[in-house]
Design a protein around this ligand. Structure first.
Ligand code: GAL
Length: 333
C-alpha cells in the first residue's frame, strides 16, 4: 500500500513541493488594493520603505490605531515582492515613553556597515497635532529585531516632517526631509554612524512645497521623486536629477498623471536580477482621502521607465508583473 503513494503526494506530506521555488517565477500584484500577508492579514506598511538583506526584501511601514495614532512600525519580508511574511512590530507604543502617544510616519531603514546596525529614521509627532515636526532615530543589530529608540529632535534646529534616507555606494548616508512648514525640502548628510546629521547639504527648491521624498541612484545619476503637499489627497509627483548628490539638482519635472494615479510616493525599490535592474514605484493611496483611517489605505506599485539616463516616466497599470530572479518588472493591463 505504501508503495502506491506517488512521489508528489509524499513530497506534499513531507512539506516539500515540486512547484517552482519562491522568487524564481514572475508574480502579479494588483494595484489599488490592500495587500494581504501570508497569514491572510492586511499588510500595514503604509508610508513605508524597503531594503534588501540576503534573499529577502524587508518592507517597513506605518501600522496605526483606528484613530490614526501610532501603533507600531511593522516589518514584513518577501523574496518575490508578493508573498509578504509578517516578521515583527519592530517599534511599538511600549518601546519608549515618547511612543505611548505619538504619530510616526514614513519609517525608513538603512544598514550601516561600519557599526553593523540597521538605522531607522522617521517623522515623529505628539499624536495630537503636527507641531513637533521632528525626526526620530531607532536602531537594531538585526533587520527585523526590536528597534531601540534613540530619541527625536529637529535636525540642526529645522522642522522635519516627510522624510527619507539614502545610502550612497561609498557608504555615505543622506536624509531628506520637509522643513519650514513643508515649504522646503532639505538634503542632509548623516554622521558616519547614521545616528545624526553632519551638515545641511542644501535646501532644494526653496518655497516649492515638495514632500514625500524618495531618493535613488540609477546608472550613476541621482533621482529624487517627490509629491506636492495636499495632506491625504493625491497630487502631481515630480522628479529631479543630479550627477553628484551634493551638487546641483535640476528643477522638478512632472511624472505620471496629475494625481500619480491616486497615490503618493512612499519609496522606490531597485529590483536587481539576472537580466535587469528595474525601479519600482511604491505609492500609498491614502484612505484619509475618503475620510477613513490610515490602516484602510491601499497600495499603488508602478514600474518606472527611463527614456534617457536623466528622464523618467510612469504610466498606470492595474497590475504589475514582478520577477525578482530576472529583475524584470512590467505593467500588466
Ligand atoms: C501628507 C504626508 C503624509 C501625512 C499626511 C497627513 O502630506 O505626505 O505622510 O503626513 O500629509 O495629512
Amino acid at each position: 500500500m505504501f508503495l502506491k503513494v506517488s512521489l508528489a503526494t509524499l513530497l506534499v506530506v513531507l512539506g516539500l513541493s515540486t512547484a517552482t521555488p519562491v522568487g524564481a517565477a514572475p508574480v502579479t500584484v494588483t494595484n489599488g488594493t490592500q495587500f494581504k500577508d501570508t497569514s491572510g492579514a492586511v499588510v500595514h506598511a503604509h508610508g513605508g520603505g524597503m531594503l534588501k538583506v540576503g534573499d529577502y526584501y524587508y518592507w517597513f511601514g506605518e501600522n496605526r490605531n483606528p484613530d490614526n495614532t501610532f501603533r507600531a512600525v511593522s516589518v514584513y519580508r518577501s523574496s518575490d515582492l508578493r508573498a509578504w511574511e509578517f516578521r515583527n512590530n519592530v517599534l511599538t507604543q511600549s518601546s519608549n515613553p515618547e511612543l505611548k502617544l505619538a504619530n510616526i510616519e514614513r519609517p525608513k531603514v538603512v544598514y550601516n556597515s561600519s557599526t553593523g546596525q540597521f538605522v531607522m529614521w522617521m517623522h515623529k509627532e505628539n499624536g495630537k497635532d503636527y507641531n513637533e515636526a521632528r525626526a526620530a532615530v531607532a536602531t537594531s543589530s538585526t533587520v527585523d529585531g526590536n528597534y531601540t529608540w534613540r530619541g527625536s529632535f529637529r535636525p540642526l534646529g529645522n522642522m522635519s516632517r516627510d522624510i527619507t534616507l539614502f545610502r550612497d555606494d561609498d557608504g555615505t548616508g543622506y536624509m531628506v526631509s520637509a522643513a519650514r512648514n513643508n515649504a522646503d525640502l532639505n538634503l542632509y548628510r548623516l554622521t558616519g554612524d547614521y545616528l545624526g546629521v553632519a551638515n545641511l547639504v542644501r535646501t532644494l527648491w526653496p518655497g516649492s512645497s515638495r514632500e514625500a521624498p524618495a531618493l535613488f541612484k540609477r546608472g550613476g545619476k541621482y533621482f529624487l521623486l517627490t509629491s506636492g503637499a495636499t495632506y491625504w489627497q493625491p497630487n502631481q509627483q515630480k522628479y529631479a536629477t543630479a550627477s553628484t548628490i551634493t551638487g546641483t539638482w535640476t528643477s522638478p519635472t512632472n511624472v505620471g498623471n496629475s494625481t500619480a494615479y491616486g497615490s503618493q510616493t512612499a519609496h522606490v525599490v531597485a529590483v536587481q536580477g539576472s537580466q535587469a535592474t528595474s525601479y519600482l514605484y511604491l505609492g500609498d493611496r491614502w484612505a484619509g482621502a475618503w475620510n477613513r483611517p490610515v490602516n484602510e489605505s491601499q497600495y499603488v506599485w508602478l514600474p518606472l521607465t527611463f527614456p534617457t539616463a536623466t528622464t523618467m516616466t510612469m504610466s498606470w497599470y492595474p497590475r504589475v508583473s514582478i520577477d525578482t530572479a530576472t529583475g524584470v518588472v512590467t505593467g500588466v493591463q
